[in-house]
Design a protein around this ligand. Structure first.
Ligand code: BGC
Length: 358
């Protein structure tokens, strides 16, 4: 009898003990899950910013504003600049992936070579934003830029309004940069009706492109073309301000600066000063503050796995339609320089007009 009672008690105790063990295990699991989650949600987002180079003035602004905005959002940014070398850029991106970044923001040196970056990042579950320049032959998660075809259109359209007839030289940007192609499309869209009418003649068959957007290359190519056409040029559609600087140097050598119209892009300080001086006709202003801030917000959101509601547009990169945010560029000449560029705080009035100081 005693023995029977003991067995019953023993059985009950065993069941009780088991229940306690289960409860304790459950509690431990919940604690691990809770603290693990709390810890990961607190974890600082790490953004890798992979840049083609910092040679052109605007990129230093892009970098600084991007970092500042990302910091405000609680994220950390690791910057790598490839100094114009696509292979180095790919290696640097691999390195950023190894460092455990949560998201990659890439300004590709070469729109095609950078496809490898997207592939490697995706293999590790890391999303990629193509910043300012599209990455082709891959599926980047977001493309954020200005409407570059429109930039090209605004450049040529402005010069055409000032000089509806004459010889035009189209100087393209880096052939490796998808933007350079888009700019050319926009420039030709603006000029085509006048070319078809015979009012505008393209000299040097519009075949010149400045390698790496290099102002020295622009200078040399313009000198060659001026010699080739015996200085018979009325306008140079230069694709950015850096190359416009090279063009203007070549024109100065022939005493043609200020007589031949020259376009640009970026509203670089030196270009704004040339506009004031009268040697550069116009530039296209692209508010860097907007693109850099927009990209920082998108990077943090994508890293958190959120959707980018603003990416309403789609741009085809030859492989897929990439969700895109395209901002609007603005034509700038001496008449609206103050209103657009200075008022926006891009450059100070003092610096822009320093050429006028005694
Ligand atoms: C950018 C321009 C810049 C050029 C050279 C282009 O892709 O859109 O703003 O001047 O690269 O860096």
């Amino acid at each position: 009898m005693k023995c029977l009672i003991d067995r019953k008690v023993y059985k009950r105790c065993k069941t009780f003990n088991n229940a306690m063990v289960y409860l304790a295990a459950l509690l431990i699991c919940c604690t691990i899950i809770f603290f693990g989650y709390a810890d990961s949600s607190k974890k600082k987002i790490k953004i890798g910013l992979s840049m083609d180079s910092l040679r052109v003035e605007r990129w230093r602004k892009d970098r600084d504003i991007f970092i500042e905005e990302a910091k405000k959002l609680g994220a950390e940014v690791i910057v790598q600049s490839a100094d114009g070398d696509e292979r180095r850029q790919n290696q640097q991106a691999e390195n950023l992936i190894t460092q455990g970044v949560d998201i990659l923001v890439v300004i590709p040196k070469d729109s095609v070579a950078a496809a490898q970056i997207v592939k490697s990042a995706h293999e590790e579950g890391i999303k990629v934003i193509a910043y300012d320049r599209l990455i082709k032959e891959s599926n980047p998660d977001l493309y954020i830029s200005f409407d570059n075809e429109k930039v090209g259109y605004l450049q040529a359209e402005y010069l055409l309004r000032k000089k509806p007839k004459g010889n035009y030289f189209l100087l393209g940007g880096a052939p490796s940069d998808n933007n350079a192609q888009l700019l050319r499309e926009g420039q030709l869209r603006a000029l085509k009706p006048a070319i078809d009418k015979g009012d505008i003649k393209l000299v040097a068959e519009g075949k010149h492109w400045a390698v790496n957007w290099d102002p020295n290359d622009a200078l040399e190519k313009t000198e060659q073309v001026l010699t080739q056409v015996n200085n018979q040029i009325d306008a140079v559609v230069a694709s950015n301000d850096g190359t416009a600087g090279g063009v203007i140097q070549a024109l100065e050598g022939q005493n043609l600066a200020g007589k031949v119209l020259v376009s640009g892009q970026d509203a670089e300080l030196a270009a704004c000063q040339r506009i004031v001086k009268g040697t550069q006709t116009m530039t296209v202003y692209k508010p860097i503050r907007s693109i850099a801030k927009e990209a920082a917000h998108a990077a943090v959101a994508l890293a958190k796995g959120e959707k980018i509601e603003k990416a309403k547009q789609k741009v085809n990169n030859g492989k897929v339609d990439v969700p895109s945010i395209l901002l609007t560029p603005i034509q700038v000449d001496k008449d609206n320089l103050d209103e657009v560029v200075i008022k926006d705080g891009f450059h100070s009035r003092d610096k822009v007009y320093q050429t006028k100081k005694p």
